[in-house]
Design a protein around this ligand. Structure first.
Ligand code: CMC
Length: 431
């Protein structure tokens, strides 16, 4: 973070206040208002943080106008094509691409932590059989702090490291078991001779009576989905993790908070909502009706998988996801998938529509991901848990960055109060 010679001047009640302007390595400058309240006695007002930088970070950068996403400087399309999820995890966590030896050591550390405490099985069994896998994940991940006491001291860098590895390693097992429980099948244990994505697919689709032969092309597609969702700077769930951790809460509790936030349909829940929407549309001839509904101010309906707070251009992840959808369906011999046809036609018609063009609404990462996941055999209820598995490394990297900054403070926003002013209590008989 660089101080610039620039300042911004705020004039209020006839008095001027000079506010420092800070520059990052990319992106807009920020006006530093940290001393504003002490000096001028006012707050700033920005519900939804549309113009507020809540922290400084060196992990991920998005240029929403260009439609560019960089992790530690590397473009997401290059990472999706040339790298793989665990290498991207290393990059996000430690700042640079690993050497071959560093990668081998990291992969071995993650692989050796894939099992979860055996007693956690009983915790799963407390959930109703038909519980949504996200509900199970919020509970089980929060409960990890009751099982892994030896990595909850956030002031110990070693424990922070152990908690990070545990979380990345165990999240596929936790999500796969949430799925198994949800469909009434026995839990399948991880196998350490498999790569991260293959292991996850096998834990979801194998049964004790019959193993699951992992198709390497599907494993690659799964790995790419993990990679594309790995981090996305200060989005709602990441900001939730940071806010929870700012109070000193343990990492498992913080990640559980992130999973809860991710669940909503405006965020990670959009992939489930999007596929459900595409199925509801059903055939291309019904698209105009749904586009008209999305444009109607009196109808709460929105095109799911469309629009983004930051991207005012194509979401670069959506481009890779669309290509992946074609590859996976082709591999599975599904060349006439009606939902993919509806998705492509909907994208085309929406992009040609002035409403979407003027508001700069483009397909986001969730638009095509559900089609791939369904083709792989996942029910819609597993889409957001898979997003949670992928995003865990982003949450953890941002949490570690925050915790290793000695200057970090508890997050404590203020408010514009519109309620009743002071009034005296009235006894019940006089009301
Ligand atoms: N369909 C129709 N209109 C839309 C849509 C949409 N999908 N998205 C935004 N708009 C309109 C909105 O009505 C508003 O119009 P106006 O200015 O006339 O009031 C304008 O565009 C700006 O929308 P906003 O809600 O103020 O923008 P936001 O930055 O607060 O919301 C968003 C971003 C992603 C929540 C929103 O675009 C949306 O609800 N999209 C659908 C859900 C979705 O796909 N979410 C996944 C996001 S990417 C993955 C992730 O974050 O997890």
């Amino acid at each position: 973070m660089k101080d610039t010679t620039k300042t911004a001047t705020l004039t209020l009640n006839g008095q001027s206040y000079e506010l420092p302007v800070l520059s990052g390595t990319a992106g807009p400058d920020v006006i530093d208002i940290r001393k504003l309240y002490t000096q001028a006695g006012v707050f700033t007002y920005d519900p939804g943080f549309t113009s507020t930088a809540s922290c400084d970070s060196t992990i991920t950068y998005i240029d929403g106008e260009k439609g560019e996403l960089l992790h530690r400087g590397y473009p997401i399309d290059q990472l999706a094509e040339k790298s793989h999820y665990l290498e991207v995890c290393y990059l996000l966590l430690y700042g640079d691409l690993p050497t071959a030896a560093e990668l081998e050591d990291f992969e071995s550390r993650v692989t050796k932590h894939t099992m979860v405490h055996e007693q956690m099985q009983y915790f799963y069994r407390g959930f109703r059989r038909d519980a949504h896998p996200m509900a199970i994940m919020v509970g089980v991940v929060g409960a990890m702090s009751a099982f892994y006491h030896d990595s909850t001291d956030i002031n110990d860098p070693w424990q922070r490291e152990v908690a990070s590895i545990r979380m990345i390693a165990k999240m596929p097992t936790i999500a796969a078991w949430a799925y198994k429980y949800h469909i009434g099948q026995p839990f399948v244990y991880p196998r350490n001779d498999l790569d991260y994505a293959s292991n996850f697919l096998r834990m979801c689709f194998a049964v004790p009576a019959e193993d699951y032969e992992v198709n390497p092309i599907l494993a690659r597609a799964m790995d790419r989905i993990f990679t594309l969702h790995a981090d996305h700077e200060q989005n709602a769930s990441t900001s939730t993790v940071r806010l929870a951790s700012s109070s000193g809460a343990n990492p498992f509790a913080c990640i559980a908070a992130g999973i809860a936030c991710l669940w909503g349909p405006a965020h990670g829940g959009a992939n489930q909502a999007c596929l459900e929407m595409l199925k509801e549309i059903g055939t291309p001839d019904r698209i105009p009706e749904f586009i008209a509904r999305a444009k109607d101010k009196n109808d709460p309906f929105r095109l799911m998988g469309f629009g983004h707070r930051v991207y005012k251009n194509f979401d670069p992840r959506a481009k890779v996801m669309k290509q992946s959808a074609d590859e996976v369906l082709d591999l599975l011999g599904i060349d006439d998938n009606p939902i993919l046809q509806v998705a492509k036609e909907l994208e085309k018609q929406a992009l040609e529509d002035p409403y979407f063009a003027e508001k700069k609404l483009f397909p986001n990462v969730d638009f095509y991901s559900g089609i791939i996941l369904e083709a792989m055999g996942f029910p819609t209820s597993m889409f957001t848990p898979i997003f949670a598995v992928s995003r865990t490394v982003g949450w953890i990297s941002q949490w570690k960055e925050q915790q290793s900054d000695p200057a970090h403070k508890i997050g404590r926003p203020r408010q514009l109060y519109l309620g009743a002013t002071r009034r005296d209590y009235v006894d019940i008989e006089n009301r």
